[in-house]
Design a protein around this ligand. Structure first.
Ligand code: BGC
Length: 747
């Protein structure tokens, strides 16, 4: 009897709980709907009062000075309500001054929107995005974006032009440094994490900024790896390889999109209604604000699709663009285009609505100003620096470590730090360094001294300068190496050799750096190579001859301290390449998830797919990276061998740290659809998990594969999941086929 009463009471309590929760949800939904409709009402009322010139002003974005200052003309334009946003204007003082004019002196008091490229940190710099992606640590990637947002917002920045989510399979393209590498699956997960990190779930908050998914689309596929060049590809490839990271950004609620400089199969992105109307608005149902890239409207004339300035403005707005960055054609010719009926008022109003809605969503009407005290407390604070060091350590990839050359023993007495890059603060932060200051950055030389204190003599020789065309300093460097117990040899690219407008046809070590490596090698003394670069490099000689290679990208403010942590074993490298390292430029494009050929490689058969002068395989594959400890992945088990098209499969393995130090491994699950209506890649990453384990620790991990993620776009550009047999490999790199199994998707 008492049991029945108890059950009854529990039942009522459960009902009450659900009732309350649904009430809360319902209340929240009602609040959200009320908020939305009140914003729409406010937009209606503003639009009704705006002149056409004021409307066009909202669609204009102008460039501040590189230092962060606004330009004198911005004041006048803001006062007259003719400037909606700027880029580069930043810092509480500068942004507040300009904002005050807009909010207090313009007729309609519409606040300005301040944008800036916060790519891998605002003042505290984190590793360049490609480097950070090597961590495969989504929580950490989200956190660094959050810190960047916190700092940026405190300095009056509302909107970052990040993340760049362009898939890039061509390391000649300098902007590969700004993205997450070659893989659509990894790139999509990272896109989601970065957008969440910048925006949270409400970007009106004082520690958030609005993100921008850029550059839509296929910018990373610039022909010949030459920046700004055209691309030509099937809609299928766009949908399957290049679009998903953008869709992931939409799923994370991204507030804006940017056009790309390139044309796609003849249609420039900035005049491409397929991208903006069909994909972004109709298919993805996103109301993200669309900004052009820098002067991209003007460039429509150079692309040869616009007759003149007015025509360029017409094409862009009619394609679905909201804001014109830097060039001023929409502003200059908008009125005339409306008069000539080449542009409808509805199109302009729609674009203005997007801008105003964004300003409301950012909370700028209520809180237009930055707080200088908060800015002082946030920028480069100790907590941010601490996390920058951790995130840098996670980004390093140990490419080679013969006979345990690394870590270096702390008992060492004399150590040489050689190479220009090791002593140059400017190079630590990497390109697109936001408001990062070189004087804040810790060099490798400093980091090693910080680590060893007075216990060892640490000496430096640059050998040559950044370009390394002059070898006259090599003797001094060699002498230093000869007189030391160990040499840390830092080589790679100067920061100006990667990022925008920095394509290269030779991606080897620039200048005479290889000669320097060989000279140090010839001393016969122990050494390790530390690489700094923004793209994969062709480093065959090093891979064959140097005892140890640590890839450190451009690691940010704490670069030197983090590199020293890893070199001396206080941190254990755990990064995995998010991009293939080719043996030579001749192999490009080379990526792990290629389609099979009808004549796959056979050593003994000339008429199979291969080169006469090079293996097909890369120097270092996607997903590759070593550790100071060793891991064993074993006992692969699938929860079932058959799943439906809507079903899922659990993949479990045991991961064991079989070495003597704590470390982290990234377990990677690759899938192959053996037979389908279209040729499918030889393998595709479909799940991964980063696992940290103490020495000797063993853990079972479980990853989930959903059948709906194993489909593809068919020739009619429809996404389909086809029944059939799939192969599955689990390992610690894309070339690790250690554990294999198969499963079937049934009809
Ligand atoms: C780049 C964009 C960047 C913009 C504003 C352009 O040159 O392509 O990625 O956001 O400048 O700085």
């Amino acid at each position: 009897m008492r049991l029945a009463v108890k059950r009854h009471i529990s039942f009522i309590l459960v009902c009450l709980f659900f009732f309350n929760t649904s009430l809360l949800f319902a209340q929240r939904n009602v609040r959200f709907a009320a908020q939305t409709s009140s914003i729409e009402r406010k937009i209606d009322s503003l639009l009704a009062k705006m002149t056409l010139a004021e409307k066009l002003g909202q669609l204009q974005q102008l460039d501040g000075e590189a230092s962060g200052k606004y330009r004198p003309e911005h004041l006048e334009l803001a006062r007259n309500g003719l400037l909606g946003s700027t880029l580069n204007v930043r810092g509480a003082e500068q942004s507040n001054e300009l904002q005050k004019i807009a909010v207090e002196q313009s007729r309609l008091k519409i606040p300005m929107l301040f944008a800036f490229d916060v790519i891998h940190g605002y003042r505290t710099m984190f590793p360049i995005p490609l480097g950070e992606s090597a961590s495969w640590d989504l929580a950490s990637i989200e956190k660094s974006a959050h810190i960047a947002a916190t700092e940026a917002r405190s300095a009056g920045v509302h909107w970052t032009f990040a993340p760049m989510v362009d898939i890039a399979r061509d390391p000649r393209w300098g902007r590969i440094a700004e993205g997450a590498g070659e893989d659509t699956f990894l790139g999509s997960q990272i896109a989601f994490a970065r957008v969440r990190g910048f925006q949270g779930t409400d970007f009106s908050q004082s520690d958030r900024v609005m993100a921008c998914a850029k550059h839509f689309a296929a910018y990373g596929a610039a022909e010949a790896g030459r920046d700004y060049n055209t691309t030509d590809m099937s809609e299928r490839t766009l949908r399957e390889i290049y679009f998903p990271p953008f869709k992931a950004a939409v799923d994370a609620g991204v507030g804006s999109f940017m056009t790309s400089f390139n044309s796609i199969s003849g249609v420039p992105s900035t005049a491409n209604p397929f991208l903006w109307k069909q994909i972004l608005r109709d298919e993805w149902k996103s109301d993200a604000l669309v900004v052009t890239d820098y002067t991209a409207v003007m460039e429509l004339m150079k692309h040869g699709v616009a007759l003149d300035e007015a025509d360029a403005a017409r094409l862009a707005l009619n394609a679905g663009i909201d804001i014109e960055m830097v060039s001023r054609f929409v502003n200059k010719h908008g009125e005339q285009l409306v008069q000539n009926k080449k542009l409808s008022m509805a199109t302009i109003d729609n674009a203005v609505r997007e801008v105003l809605r964004t300003k409301f969503k950012l909370g700028l009407f209520e809180k237009p100003y930055a707080d200088a005290n908060r800015e002082r407390a946030m920028l480069l604070n100790a907590e941010h620096r601490k996390f920058a060091r951790q995130s840098a350590n996670e980004s390093f990839v140990l490419l080679k470590n013969e006979r345990e050359t690394l870590p270096i023993k702390k008992s060492i007495k004399e150590i040489a730090v050689v190479g220009f890059l090791a002593g140059d603060q400017r190079n630590m932060n990497g390109n697109w360094a936001g408001d990062g200051r070189e004087q804040d950055a810790v060099t490798v030389f400093e980091g090693v001294k910080n680590k060893l204190g007075n216990s060892a003599k640490v000496k430096f020789a640059s050998g040559c300068d950044a370009k390394c065309e002059d070898a006259s300093g090599f003797d001094e460097a060699v002498k230093l190496a000869q007189n030391s117990d160990f040499t840390i040899l830092t080589v790679g690219e100067d920061i100006d050799m990667s990022a925008e407008a920095s394509s290269r046809t030779d991606i080897g070590l620039p200048g005479k750096q290889l000669e320097l490596v060989k000279r140090i090698h010839q001393t016969g003394k122990s050494y390790a190579v530390v690489l700094m670069n923004g793209r994969p490099l062709t480093i065959n000689w090093l891979a064959e001859n140097s005892p140890a290679i640590l890839e450190t990208w451009f690691a940010g403010t704490e670069a030197g301290n983090a590199i020293a942590d890893t070199l001396f074993g206080d941190a254990n490298p755990s990064g995995k390449l998010p991009i293939t390292f080719p043996r030579s430029v001749g192999q490009i494009p080379i990526y792990y998830n290629a389609l099979p050929t009808g004549r796959p490689f056979e050593a003994e058969n000339k008429y199979t797919s291969k080169y006469l002068d090079s293996p097909n395989t890369p120097l270092y594959p996607f997903g590759y990276g070593l550790s100071y400890t060793t891991f064993k992945v074993s006992n692969l088990q699938l929860s079932q061998s058959k799943i439906s098209k809507t079903g899922e499969l659990k993949v479990s393995v045991d991961v064991e740290n079989t070495g003597k130090r704590a470390g982290a491994e990234v377990v990677q699950v690759y899938v192959r659809d053996f037979v389908a209506s279209l040729s499918r890649p030889v393998k595709e990453l479909k799940a991964f998990q980063r696992v940290s384990l103490k020495a000797g620790e063993k853990r079972k991990i479980e990853l989930v594969l959903k059948a709906k993620d194993l489909g593809f776009y068919n020739t009619a550009n429809q996404y389909v999941v086809e029944a059939g047999e799939f192969g599955l490999t689990v390992g610690t790199s894309s070339n690790d086929d250690g554990l294999k199994d198969t499963f079937t998707i049934v009809k």
